[in-house]
Ligand binder design. Structure first.
Ligand code: NDP
Ligand code: HSE
Length: 436
């Protein structure tokens, strides 16, 4: 054993994920070492606050408050960036890569915002950048897209990519609680981002959708070029409606490419899904991703999308890949080929929709609403009214026949302006992926 090559690992950030990585590498060291034929040494770790109590024991001589010192330590070959954010994380990532080191990360915001620059630095200096944990937690979706499904072109990929939102929606469904109450629990469980708005407003899902889009199609779609909506507007009335119609509400990323015209559409929004689909039954912190390839057909991946252990599982898988490459002389990995897909126009995106409106409970409101939707040729399929908790108001839940995205968005803008409509309507796509 003592003759084995030694690989030194540095961990920048010993929070939820960093501690998981430390704990599980320590626990499964003998197995990993015999599998790899190398000795793994957790050489140093950095934190912000040395006095904070941690769930893992790290000797004081191995702890520092300077992540850059870990990233640039000449003895460390693999640097794990588990700090989060896009400023300090970017600096330490680039510093390590410029020294030819390999960086392993769980940071989807960083990959999404600076992927090309980071990948170029890794290529130029002979290191690697691994980021399996950045999308769908413990599910090896990046490996699946990059390696297992390499023979395919992808017509549709859709998924539940945020554990916090799925946990909140599941609990709202089961316990009739409001989302702010459950969000506190998701934070305590280590699922939520330091800035939880990234989760509940859909941006974390959008970061992950951008990464998947790049891996599947070779095109970077920035989050500002996607329609992004989160779950903050979802109320018990919507959950009740979904239950009555055998539907589930899921925050979905949908990435669709027309394989004939190449047109690409990427969106993130709460969506009504038939209970008959696999993803409608993916609950709690679990994520689910459906990937349809032209060779393989549909494949579905389900697993824990957030939390210490699931994320550590993905980070450790990257560390093992990184070590295997190091031991084999650091060969290059196959990368997606850059390809510029045109964006699909909103008038070419067709779906049925659900609309919830709070309205004044007075004569003529319904006819004004149907006139507003008719103006954009949006045809209403059903209307349901429930009493509202506010006196003199009612809640209307409409569904439409098939319509296009441009028309429904224009209709919603018009509805917001109507005197009888109170506040912003909630719009959700009613997905029919199972019919495709
Ligand atoms: P935490 O907030 O739990 O941990 C962050 C760590 O970085 C802490 O140890 C913190 O130190 C340290 N840190 C933060 N800011 C600084 C700073 N300015 N200088 C030095 N150290 C700093 O985050 P998570 O572990 O939850 O997330 C880490 C990354 O993993 C993020 O990119 C996140 O998006 C991603 N991720 C998280 C998942 C999860 O389930 N939590 C799942 C998948 C990805 P201290 O402990 O002293 O405060
Ligand atoms: N906050 C993220 C989530 C962590 O809830 O999915 C995993 O990326």
């Amino acid at each position: 054993m003592s003759d084995l090559p030694i690989v030194n690992i540095g961990i920048c950030g010993l929070g939820t994920v960093g501690q998981g990585v430390w704990k599980h590498i320590t626990r499964s060291k003998p197995k990993l070492e015999s599998r790899l034929g190398a000795r793994l040494v957790l050489k140093r770790a950095s934190v912000r606050n040395l006095a904070k109590k941690r769930g893992v024991r790290v000797g004081p001589s191995r702890l520092t408050t300077d992540p850059m010192a870990v990233a640039t330590d000449p003895g460390i070959q693999i640097v794990c960036e588990l700090i989060g954010g896009t400023t300090l994380a970017k600096e330490i990532t680039l510093a390590a890569l410029r020294l030819g080191k390999t960086v392993v990360s769980a940071n989807k915001a960083l990959v999404c915002d600076h992927g090309p620059e980071i990948f170029a630095a890794a290529r130029e200096h002979g290191g690697h950048y691994f980021f399996e944990a950045s999308v769908a937690g413990g599910i090896p979706i990046i490996k699946a897209l990059r390696e297992g499904l390499v023979a395919n072109r992808f017509g549709r990929i859709y998924g539940i990519l945020n554990g916090t939102c799925n946990y909140i929606l599941t609990r709202m469904e089961r316990e009739s609680l409001s989302y702010p109450v459950i969000l506190k629990e998701a934070k305590a469980l280590g699922y939520a981002e330091a800035d939880e708005a990234l989760d509940v407003e859909g941006w974390d899902t959008a970061h992950k959708a951008s990464i998947i889009t790049y891996l599947a199609h070779g095109t970077w779609v920035p989050t500002k070029a996607m329609g992004v909506a989160g779950i903050t507007q979802i109320a018990q009335a919507d959950i009740q409606f979904a239950r009555e119609h055998n539907l589930a509400i899921k925050l979905l990323a949908v990435i669709e490419r027309d394989l004939k015209t190449d047109e690409l559409a990427v969106s993130v929004a709460p969506t009504l899904l038939s209970r008959e689909t696999a993803l409608a039954n993916v609950n709690d912190v679990y994520n689910g991703v459906s990937v349809s390839g032209d060779v393989v057909g549909e494949t579905v991946y389900i697993g824990r999308g957030a939390g210490q252990d699931a994320t550590a599982s993905a980070v450790i898988s990257d560390i093992v890949d990184a070590i295997a490459l190091l031991l084999r002389g650091n060969a290059a990995l196959p990368e997606p080929v850059d390809h510029d897909c045109p964006r699909r126009l909103p008038e070419r995106s067709v779906s049925r929709y659900y609309l919830r409106l709070d309205v004044k409970d007075e004569p003529g409101v319904l006819s004004k609403i149907s006139a507003a939707t008719a103006r954009f040729k949006v045809s209403i399929a059903s209307v349901q009214q429930t009493a509202s908790s506010r006196k003199g108001t009612a809640t209307l839940m409409l569904t439409t026949h098939l319509t296009n995205e441009k028309a429904i968005l224009s209709a919603v803008t018009q509805l917001r302006r109507l005197a009888g409509v109170l506040g912003a309507p909630l719009l959700m796509r009613i997905a029919a992926f199972e019919d495709a």
